[in-house]
Design a binder for this molecule. Structure first.
Ligand code: BDP
Length: 701
């Protein structure tokens, strides 16, 4: 009997191909140093100093090169700047004078290479940059680099809850295990810090903007301190999201009114308590009077009064307040895209100098495409930080390949024209447009407990791109993609080219199969998974997709010109003129600003309806193209990475079709026009699409 079973097992093993999941599981992110056969670019490594950061640098080079001894005869020297070093490496005083606190210099002299900086953290950043250059195979013969970050505070905002659920998280549970902290110092925290430091991220908010007052209790602050201690040597500062009503919730005060002396005192004590534990604490992040969160408005006070009360508590310790401008509850009668601007522009000049307003890149809410928020450039007296969403709440969760480097680049490079041409959003954010010293940028993180951290190998590139652009917004999305591919997937030139051809248009494909031509906010309710352009029954008008597409017998789109909601008036005159007229509105934003007839003729001679439908189809074709290209690079990619992406692409293909078919069928019931000839008929019925329910979709709010 036993022999028979064994035989059967043997036979079936031959027949069924057992999937092989060994290989690169994605945990090492872009720090897969053994992908490339590189050696230390010098015979010896000398790191001068013995702080924890110096040890991290030593460890990083050891990991990178293991026993691969460098060929050239010189020394790789990592040392803080001294007059002797300056002389030995021919560094001119005017060059070293440009070094900021986080900046670094890389300099070759003969066989030697120097990594120098004013601070330990500068040395760490310089070391990571040198490693990057080695692993993306840049020649180092005439190495001479000086870099400083362009934006001062470069933060990840985690929307993670204390129970490890992550709001809008699609990569498993939160990486922060509050229950086991402070004693359980999980390896992941160190690896998280390493990954962030390698791309220049220097701040973290570990918990959700929909905050929990418990975080400020002594017990939780001990846990926060443990994390802060872990990430400090990597140059990362801790910040916390706070609940505005904490004084009432935690200590039973009658009010949380920012002008009440007891409340002010409470926050002052709380700040002192935090700094006692975490002397370099960064500050608070606040979502107030937005989507049900408490705030100064509950007491008839302004956002400035609320922010300043917290800012005065932090000021003696050097902390700052990131006050979010994502508010749209103040006046439901007003079209939603107008509200943040109307609320905050009148407050310009009223904030303390340690307050920075955190503004989402677009005026609505992280849609696949939005114009830039008109707040950028509209508050000369108030520094603005930009908030980008790395997690793909509106771009297919973690099963769609959407490289967001291009989205981030578009958001940064948008020219507001507020002070004439060249007044880019990037210049508002880096402080150069209005001479602000306090500058910041935040990315809503996409990390989770999945082995590959982000749920999709390519979603790692969005974390990477955020960090790199936050450090230097003049880098191009293409250059960043190229760096990421070489460090994460392959250096084989043809494969790199193919993967670039996958990544660069990938976000546009998502726009096309979800929300083409400036349409937006068409997702299903609550979980935001899948299409729901028909949804019209939610509590507030501006939560419903029909509010945004306004499709009717005549046409489609939201008229935001003077004849409509007049949102165009919030932009500089240059854009007011352009956006006022459909012919001068960029095609990709057409229906954001205009309600146009179904038969409106576009520049290419097509009717709006035909063009809209063809965009939906184009997006799906784009996914097929990505699938084909991915198959072509198979020989050059690790089998496990390959399989993960291959499977995700097949989900994306299915879901892209679902978006396309459901949307086209729905809009067709209103336009009453045929799907242009030559395009395949949608698979499935509108009724069936409308009946789909997903009570367990991940990441719900
Ligand atoms: C929306 C998310 C919600 C967040 C909110 C915010 O759906 O979960 O709480 O943004 O940014 O896009 O506060």
């Amino acid at each position: 009997m036993r022999i028979v079973v064994c035989l059967l097992l043997l036979i079936s093993a031959r027949v069924m191909a057992v999937p092989d999941f060994s290989g690169e599981d994605g945990y090492r992110l872009w720090q897969r140093y053994d992908v490339i056969d590189a050696a230390l670019p010098a015979a010896t490594l000398k790191v001068v100093g013995h702080t924890e950061t110096h040890n991290i640098i030593r460890d990083e080079f050891r990991r990178a090169f293991a026993n691969r001894v460098g060929q050239s005869r010189g020394t790789l020297l990592v040392q803080k700047i001294t007059p002797e070093l300056q002389a030995r490496f021919n560094l001119q005083a005017d060059v070293t004078a440009q070094l900021g606190d986080e900046g670094f210099i890389l300099k070759r002299h003969g066989n030697d290479i120097l990594i120098t900086a004013k601070t330990d953290i500068g040395l760490l950043y310089g070391s990571y940059h040198l490693l990057r250059l080695v692993f993306i195979q840049q020649p180092l013969d005439s190495l001479s680099v000086l870099q400083n970050p362009k934006i001062q505070r470069r933060l990840l905002n985690h929307w993670d809850d204390l129970d490890r659920h992550t709001e809008r998280g699609y990569a498993g549970e939160s990486i922060f295990d509050w229950h086991r902290l402070p004693l359980d110092k999980d390896q992941r925290y160190y690896d998280y810090a390493r990954a962030n430091a390698s791309i220049g991220i220097n701040g973290m908010v570990p918990i959700n903007v929909n905050a929990n007052a418990l975080m400020l209790t002594p017990m939780y602050l001990q846990k926060v301190k443990a994390l802060a201690d872990i990430v400090r040597p990597y140059g990362i500062k801790m910040y916390l999201s706070i609940k505005f009503s904490s004084p009432q919730q935690l200590d039973g005060l009658d009010t949380s009114d920012p002008l009440d002396p007891q409340v002010q005192k409470w926050w002052k004590h709380k700040a002192a308590e935090i700094y006692q534990l975490i002397p370099d604490f960064g500050g608070f992040l606040v979502k107030a009077n937005s989507e049900g969160q408490p705030g100064p408005g509950d007491y008839g006070r302004t956002h400035a009064e609320g922010a300043n009360m917290l800012a005065s508590a932090l000021k003696p310790h050097g902390g700052v307040v990131f006050w979010r401008a994502f508010v749209y509850a103040n006046n439901p009668a007003k079209e939603r895209s107008l509200q943040a601007y109307d609320e905050f522009v009148p407050l310009d000049g009223k904030f303390m100098d340690n307050v920075i307003l955190q503004v989402k890149n677009g005026p609505i809410d992280f849609q696949p495409r939005e114009p830039f928020s008109p707040l950028f450039g509209a508050t000369p007296e108030t520094p603005l930080a930009m908030e980008l969403q790395i997690t793909q709440e509106y771009l297919g969760f973690s099963t769609h390949l959407a490289y967001l480097g291009t989205l981030f680049e578009e958001a940064m490079d948008a020219d507001t024209h507020v002070k004439g041409p060249g007044s880019t959003v990037a210049k508002v954010v880096d402080g150069s447009l209005y001479n602000h010293k306090l500058t910041g940028i935040a990315g809503v993180a996409n990390t989770g407990m999945q082995r590959n951290w982000t749920g999709h190998i390519f979603a790692q590139s969005n974390w990477y791109a955020f960090g790199r652009l936050a450090w230097d917004h003049t880098l191009s999305a293409k250059q960043i993609a190229n760096e990421w591919i070489k460090q994460t997937l392959t250096v084989q030139p043809e494969a790199v080219r193919q993967v670039e051809a996958i990544m660069m248009p990938s976000r546009e494909y998502v726009v096309e199969y979800m929300t083409p031509l400036g349409l937006h906010h068409l997702m299903d309710s609550g979980h935001h998974y899948g299409p729901g352009p028909w949804v019209d029954n939610l509590g507030r008008a501006d939560w419903n997709p029909v509010y945004y597409h306004r499709a009717d017998k005549q046409g489609i789109g939201l008229d935001r010109t003077a004849s409509g909601t007049d949102a165009v008036s919030q932009y500089a005159p240059y854009w007011q003129q352009k956006f006022a007229n459909p012919e001068t509105t960029p095609k990709e934003l057409l229906l954001w600003f205009h309600h146009l007839p179904w038969d409106y003729q576009l520049e290419n001679g097509e009717t709006l309806w035909n063009e809209l439908v063809s965009y939906y189809y184009r997006g799906v074709d784009g996914v097929s193209d990505m699938q084909q290209r991915w198959q072509q690079v198979k020989p050059y990619i690790d089998a496990n990475q390959f399989r993960q992406v291959e499977m995700a692409l097949s989900i994306q293909q299915q879901e892209a079709q679902w978006w396309r078919d459901a949307s086209v069928l729905y809009f067709q019931t209103i336009s009453e026009r045929p799907i242009p000839t030559g395009l395949p008929k949608p698979a499935g019925s509108l009724k069936e699409f409308q009946s789909r329910k997903f009570p367990y979709a991940p990441g719900q709010g």
